[in-house]
Write a protein that binds this ligand. Structure first.
Ligand code: SF4
Length: 498
């Protein structure tokens, strides 16, 4: 595809607050595209992880941005949630001097067919397609008929495309035709099963293996990838080959680029990109902070060394026996789980593990590593410095929630202050300083005031660090608000009935 060397790409994933594997493919596809140098910047953002869809724009310097949803289907998320959270007004949105193009989700691109074929061949190497039934598995639920459609489209494309399979069928976990009936629905001696999901998780690791009959129960701790290493499994007189989720296929990065290419073709996007002007770029801001002695961010200490940088946990400044790593991506692995191996969905939790030393060769590598340690933090600090950061009032955030969270705004002002004081406590929960108000006219009050302010120090006794700012309350606060609002509602109901 032609270069978009002065444009940025944002890949949007769902993410998870409990499953560390959920965001992995999205990050890996971003790594692949970043290494190819097609875009000036490549970033990820998530519905359930950091950075959020509001925060990610702060980390982008480029004047043109392409957004590709790493989702399987069109529908509720891609048509409602994402445009709302990303503040999009159509295929192209002009905002804050930037041109933002919103592409189709990866799962509906015709080239998904190529990935399915490749995955089928990889999982059953040398097995003749003429003696193989290919099953594409989806979740299947009345709530998302688009995901069923995306799978049915692929079944049709492969069946009618002359690819040589004995048969190609769609099955689902929660609606007919059920994947549990695979042995009745297929006739060939070999059966290849490919989950049509963006990431591996409980469905592909546990639920589908149980439905296929490979495992007896979901409760036991499966050693995850082992599920995919048992191929083939002899069942019902057939050879069953089970694949990991299609979204983990490395060629997904190509499909992301295909969606950008298709957007350009369809909307006839030209190359007339304006210069971003004299705005302070993130690399320039980072260099200036380091120059002025701001060499700490969160729990990371940055030490300039020649033309490169050495990063350590702030408590490891004088420790000798550290594990040395040297790629920006290592920062993502380090920050993924805490010292006890627990997933860290909030990257600014004061739980960064110790024992590592990250050696980086350039400012660009440093910027990327810090982006992995603290997503979008540099961008928010830069925007705050130049006066362009637009914090989102808590009431505005809670008021735009839909689905099960639509009642979240039913908390009182007092409850909001207490909830934030408790859920955001610096010592135990989150190092960020809150810069969003309660609403357009009132600041947060009560215990929340301990979290306010954009001063550089976020750890006790720290006064000269690159700030970690919170411009919009995160998912954890929305969930907590929902619980409090629900209790308020139930209390009212009880009183009303007395
Ligand atoms: S809302 Fe609280 S816990 Fe969430 S990111 Fe902001 S400061 Fe941290």
């Amino acid at each position: 595809m032609p270069s978009h060397a002065r444009a940025a790409l944002i890949i949007v994933g769902h993410g998870s607050t409990v499953n560390p594997d959920s965001s992995t493919p999205t990050h890996q596809h971003a790594d692949t595209i970043r290494q190819r140098g097609v875009f000036s910047e490549v970033a990820c953002c998530f519905w359930k992880e950091e950075p959020s869809m509001r925060e990610v724009f702060e980390s982008i310097d480029s004047p043109v941005i392409y957004i590709v949803p790493n989702f399987i289907s069109e529908g509720y998320f891609c048509q409602q949630v994402l445009p709302r959270e990303l503040r999009l007004s159509g295929p192209t949105t002009l905002r804050d001097g930037k041109t933002i193009h919103y592409c189709n989700p990866v799962g509906i691109h015709p080239n998904m067919t190529r990935l399915l074929l490749q995955r089928a061949d990889e999982v059953a190497p040398g097995v003749p397609r003429a003696e193989t039934s290919l099953i594409i598995v989806g979740h299947g639920t009345n709530l998302n008929e688009n995901s069923t459609k995306a799978i049915q489209d692929q079944v049709k494309l492969i069946s009618e495309g002359g690819y040589g399979f004995a048969e190609v069928i769609d099955t689902y976990m929660e609606e007919a035709p059920f994947v549990a009936d695979w042995h009745k629905l297929t006739t060939a001696p070999n059966v290849v099963v490919v989950p049509f999901f963006i990431a591996d998780g409980l469905h592909s690791f546990q639920d589908i293996p149980v439905l296929l009959g490979m495992e007896k129960e979901t409760g036991k701790a499966l050693s995850q990838m082992d599920v995919f290493r048992q191929n083939p499994i002899e069942m019902y007189g057939r050879h069953l080959y089970y694949s990991s989720a299609i979204g983990t296929e490395r060629l997904m990065a190509e499909v992301i680029l295909d969606q950008v290419h298709d957007f350009d073709q369809k909307h006839q996007v030209g190359s007339g990109i304006e210069d971003p002007g004299s705005e302070l770029t993130q690399p320039a801001a980072l260099a200036a902070w380091l120059e002025s002695g701001r060499t700490v961010i969160g729990q990371v200490k940055i030490t300039p060394c020649g033309t490169g940088y050495i990063l350590r946990h702030i408590e490891d400044a004088d420790t000798d026996s550290l594990t040395k790593v040297s790629t920006p991506e290592a920062a993502r692995e380090i920050s993924r789980v805490d010292a006890a191996g627990e997933f860290r969905p909030i990257k600014t939790a004061p739980t960064l593990k110790r024992g590592w030393q990250l050696e980086l060769g350039s400012l660009a590598e440093l910027q990327l590593a810090l982006e992995f340690f603290y997503p979008a933090a540099l961008g928010m600090a830069r925007s705050q410095q130049v006066g362009t950061l637009k914090p989102v009032p808590l009431r505005e955030l809670l008021g735009r929630q839909t689905g099960m969270y639509r009642f979240a705004n039913g908390i009182t002002d007092e409850q909001a202050g207490e909830m934030i004081g408790k859920c955001c406590a610096t010592a135990t929960k989150c190092l960020r300083r809150i810069v969003f108000p309660l609403d357009a006219t009132q600041p947060l009050s009560g215990p929340a005031t301990a979290k306010l302010g954009n001063d550089a120090g976020h750890m006790e006794g720290q006064t000269h660090a690159i700030p970690l700012l919170c411009m919009e309350a995160c998912n954890h606060i929305v969930s907590a608000a929902r619980k409090v609002a629900r209790a308020n509602f139930e209390e009212k109901e009880v009183k009303g009935s007395q």
